[in-house]
Design a protein around this ligand. Sequence first.
Ligand code: TRP
Length: 363
Amino acid sequence: MSTTLDITASDDLGVPAARRRSAELERSIRERPGRFRALTGDRPTGRLHLGHYFGSLHNRVRLQNLGVDMMVLVADYQVLTDRDVADRLAEHVEDLVLDYLAVGLDPARATIFTHSAIPALNQLLLPFLSLVSVAELGRNPTVKDEIAHSRQSAVSGLMFTYPVHQAADILFCKAGLVPVGQDQLPHLEVARTVARRFNNRYGTPGGLVFPEPEALLSDAPLLLGTDGGKMSKSRGNAIALAATADETARLIRGAKTDADRHIAYDPVARPEVSSLVLLAALCLGRDPHEVAAEIGGRGAAALKATVTDAVNGYFAPIRSRRAELARDRAHIRGVLRDGNERAAAIADATLVEVRTAMNALYY
Ligand code: TRP
């Protein structure tokens, strides 16, 4: 057993290597999509926004449509990492499922589930915790960052251990692919380490229990919030997927720009203007340089009008589907019930394998 392996030593989180590997994986996926199971998910803390859409939701739908077996997790227990109470949890879970369905995740092909409802997934946490050291948990850069930004006075045990729970989220279904952003790479390393150590400790040569999951980083463009900061639910600078056309117009009208009247796409020198250009370009399926050139000297007002029309045009069908789905709450509950049943069956089978490997199945 390699207990001394430092799972989070690298300062750059191994991003360049993960990017190269992701490009290779993309090629294999295109060749044989049916070989892959991918798992990813979100904390239910409110409605998803355009940053989520272009950063990850769009990619999930793409993978699903290619034929990858998609597991989509509503990480409800994980909401409790940086707050004492998961506020309006049922409402947020429902909103998340609505967002998923509205953007095109299809419950007939993708398994949408809440991890709190999967007993065997949660039970994996116990043996998994025995495979990592307290020192390793303390070194996780994403956890450190979350602790630094947490408004809680004390760090809970869950904050410290949730990356191991996240390993259970991934390993219970033996997902080989985890489409995530860079901030999640340390957590993926935990999952890989847990898989490797479990196999080393309990596996037989021909019978490895867990595959080592791999990150699938998308080359998702970064959209800024309307104040020029990172787009985030909690900063109040996000345009929700479910926003109305009027709200969208108002938010974009108030977005920060800069003093240069000539519109250009230059993300480094002019981040706010460029993020607006990019948003329009993504919605129009066009090149951002071209979109900027067309607006040229007509200034920020013309840019904002273009962005508003582009966003409202692109999201109109998604928003109307969402509104329609929202009228049928029994359907949403049914989607979750089915997804949870499917996930539970997978988790039960994995737990039997785990307990068998551990010699802990007694009758
Ligand atoms: N940590 C992820 C987030 O904050 C959510 C998540 C929970 C997740 N479990 C996961 C993502 C497993 C990928 C795989 O958004």
